[in-house]
Write a protein that binds this ligand. Structure first.
Ligand SMILES: *Cc1c(COP(=O)(O)O)cnc(C)c1O
Length: 391
């Protein structure tokens, strides 16, 4: 045999095509040409992790006790801290023993959840537009992704009455994500109550992704699905320290909720990973004990940036709503452009990187996403540049 061919597993070809390759190419070209790029494309905080957290890592990293495999379920002390947070913040009681699970970032838990719950051929209900991991993890578990639309007319919330009851009967799991990436929509308690009712009626497990629940503005306080009556019977909620404390690189988060869901996810994880570096777990404890004024400063920085960009764009005649949460703007594309065309144009003409809505699903067409992960001055500069081009 002179040629050995590597054949990828079929599940990889079931993933949606990578839609950003044209934009990536244009971005690389612009950088090579020395163009000063303003990157509003990525949802990754630009600010440093608060000092108290870094200090906790440094203090514990040198201790040999932390150099060994951590326990599968994570330090009880950290899980206890997670449950204290859920009590303090949402008045939700959770046992650190079996209703909270430490994760290597919430993405890890979300990606492994379908392996724990979904059988081949089960339907999984996925928001469109939505965070791409929900679909990929469903496909990896042999589930069938079935999308439900998030539409402006319904404030980018699901309409449970509109989901085909025959599909719902065959569905095992539904993904929700509020505050929402990419639309920046928020859910109130009523939405979560309707979700729990729908889930109970059709025997569907709920996975609510709460990655942005601490990034909310103007006094808005996102709620937990575990606050809804019966929430703990059907739901698991994924929490992350990444966005709240500028810790995307550290990889620590947690799952909270129904103990049977938590135990099933734990069973998958014990066979795949060996937990979070213990020094990072100590840093996680420190994160949740971060002085409130430091966490509030992070949020108010995003609020200021939001105002700079939204007010700036609206002064040019755009109509961008002010999001109540997340660090994204979900911006309607003007007539005459697709989302990809507008993104390409903004990059070529203004050196501004944005994300085309189509990358998050069919219903993302007609929008682009702008991330508030650059300094206010750069956002003001972005507005100036857009003023000087014709859209
Ligand atoms: C950033 C993000 C996550 C992942 O966060 P990690 O805890 O860093 O894995 C999960 N869900 C959504 C919607 C996100 O945007």
């Amino acid at each position: 045999m002179d040629h050995f061919q590597i054949e990828r597993a079929q599940r990889l070809s079931q993933l949606p095509p990578y839609l950003f390759s044209e934009i990536d190419k244009a971005k690389r070209k612009a950088i090579e040409e020395g163009i000063d790029i303003i990157n509003l494309g990525i949802g990754d905080p630009d600010m440093p992790t608060p000092e108290n957290i870094i200090r906790a890592l440094c203090d514990t990293a040198a201790n040999p006790a932390n150099h060994r495999y951590p326990s599968y379920e994570g330090l009880l002390e950290l899980r206890h801290e997670f449950s204290l947070y859920m009590k303090r913040r949402f008045d939700v009681e959770l046992s650190p023993d079996n209703e909270v699970l430490t994760l290597i970032g919430s993405k890890e838990g979300i990606a492994h959840l379908p392996l724990a719950l979904v059988n081949p051929g089960d339907f999984v209900l996925i928001p469109d537009p939505g965070y791409p991991v929900y679909r990929a993890s469903t496909v990896f578990a042999g589930g069938i992704p079935y999308t439900f639309p998030l539409l402006a007319d319904n404030d980018f919330l699901p309409d449970f009455d509109d989901i085909d009851p025959q599909i719902a009967e065959r569905a095992k799991l539904i993904f929700l994500n509020y505050p929402n990436n990419p639309t920046a929509a928020v859910a109130d308690r009523g939405l979560f109550e309707r979700a729990v009712e729908f889930a109970k009626k059709h025997n569907i497990i709920i996975c609510q992704d709460a990655a942005y629940c601490e990034l909310a503005f103007d006094g808005h306080r996102p709620v937990s699905i575990l606050e809804a009556p019966g929430g703990k019977d059907v739901a698991v909620e994924f929490h992350s320290l990444s966005k709240t404390y500028n810790m995307t690189g550290w990889r620590v988060g947690f799952a909270a909720g129904n103990r049977d869901i938590i135990s099933a996810l734990g069973a998958v994880k014990t066979n795949i990973d060996s937990g979070v570096f213990q020094a990072v777990q100590y840093a996680g404890i420190a994160a949740l004990r971060t002085p409130v004024n430091i966490a509030a400063d992070i949020v108010s920085t995003y609020a200021e940036r939001r105002d700079t960009l939204v007010d700036g764009l609206n002064s040019l005649g755009w109509r961008v709503p002010k999001p109540k949460a997340t660090f994204y703007l979900w911006v309607t594309v003007p007539p005459g452009y697709t989302s990809t065309e507008l993104t390409t144009m903004l990059l070529k003409e203004a050196g501004i990187v944005t994300t085309p809505g189509i990358g998050f699903g069919r219903n993302g067409e007609g929008y682009i996403r702008m991330a508030l992960t650059v300094k206010k001055e750069r956002l003001a500069e972005a507005v100036e540049r857009i003023k000087n081009i014709r859209i």
